[in-house]
Design a protein around this ligand. Structure first.
Ligand code: BJW
Ligand code: ZN
Length: 293
């Protein structure tokens, strides 16, 4: 059946209240209002390079110096950024004692493609605002309901397959040689070249380290947990993603194929949104708090 997505908030809110297993699939648009550039469209260029071509194993193999400069720039941006009202609205749904008041009796899982850590920091902010919830928020029930499927900017991983050591690393800069390279913007300014010896190293075996993110052709994280939630879901909220990258782009139609509903929140049109049950065109930092408040 062909019918246009609904666009009125009250009917979405009443559908939302009747759902039992809710998933949200987020993309770069969720973090746009925090000053984090998106991948496609405006904001998708870093120096003269397309962000998509830098986020590949091939790019890292050919020029680890350039790719590390890109990730160093992204780490510094994320460190300086704050979660926005869209992150906070989703984080509230992740805390059972808050969720009971907005979505009584429902489960909620946030599947994010973003590597910036802002959704986890939104949880930390709620814990700071409500100290009585801090213990609940620190618990695995809450922390494990946030699935960062494309990895994390602040993980650093050894490239040696024999070692594979991974660490959480918030250093700014991630290594001394990268300091200041984020400020090289002009296209005609020579690109700094950093010797592999001066790039981030594995603290265990000394091999070259890489950002702990999921590049094209690599297997996303948490696929088993995601599959369980996608199969159960009766509502899929799609936020700030162009829905061009799989497997994430396929979750909404999987939910719909099993009879669930789909609601898209995006500032612009995105792939598959004509098949959504609800479509809210606008910045998610203002539409999400209205929908989930
Ligand atoms: C706003 C807004 C505001 C702005 N408010 N909105 C099936 C068919 C064809 C190909 C494949 C397929 N399955 C797999 C593939 C291959 C490939 C793929 O999908 N290719 C396609 C491009 C065709 N996928 C993979 O390789 C994946 N791995 C894989 O499939 O493994 C095999 C396997 C899987 C499952 C089971 C068994 C085997 C891995 C994909 C990894 C993607 N990695 C990156 C980089 C991560 C690290 C980093 O951040 O640097 O992930 S690429 C990049 O794209 C990044 C993003 O997470 C991802 C998605 O981008 P996103 O978030 O949608 O951003 P944009 O910029 O595209 O969109 C922003 C949106 O926000 C826009 O719509 C704006 O309008 C909107 N917006 N401001 C609301 N204020
Ligand atoms: Zn190592």
């Amino acid at each position: 059946s062909e019918s246009k997505p609904q666009t009125d908030m009250p009917s979405f809110v009443s559908t939302l209240k009747s759902c039992k297993h809710i998933i949200a699939v987020a993309g770069a648009g969720l973090s746009a209002a925090s000053g984090i550039p998106t991948f496609r469209g405006a904001g998708g260029l870093w120096r003269k390079y397309d962000a998509i071509t830098l986020a590949t194993p091939q790019a890292f193999k050919e020029n680890p110096s350039r790719v590390w400069q890109f990730y160093h720039y992204r780490r510094e941006k994320a460190l300086a950024a704050q979660p926005n009202p869209g992150h906070l609205a989703l984080a509230m749904c992740s805390v059972p004692s808050i969720r009971e008041k907005i979505l009584p009796g429902a489960s909620f899982t946030l599947i994010t493609q973003n590597v910036d850590g802002l959704s986890r920091r939104a949880l930390d902010q709620i814990a700071e605002m409500h100290p009585e919830l801090a213990e609940e928020i620190r618990s695995p029930v809450v922390q494990d309901s946030l699935l960062e499927m494309h990895g994390r900017l602040f993980d650093v991983v050894c490239t040696s397959s024999k070692c594979g050591h991974r660490e959480h690393n918030l250093d700014s800069p991630v290594c001394p040689a990268l300091a200041g390279t984020e400020n090289v913007f002009a296209q005609n300014q020579p690109e700094p070249h950093i010797d592999v010896a001066d790039l981030p190293k594995c603290k265990k075996c000394g091999s070259l380290a890489r950002p702990g993110v999921v590049w094209f052709g690599e297997i996303p994280w948490h696929l088993r947990d995601i599959d369980v939630e996608v199969r159960k879901a009766d509502l899929c909220i799609v936020v700030g993603t162009s829905s061009k990258v799989y497997p994430a782009a396929g979750y909404a139609s999987e939910v719909q194929a099993r009879g669930g509903k789909v609601a898209v929140f995006n500032v612009d049109r995105s792939d598959g949104d004509q098949r959504a049950d609800f479509l809210f065109l606008g910045p998610s930092e203002s539409t999400l708090p209205k929908a989930l408040g």
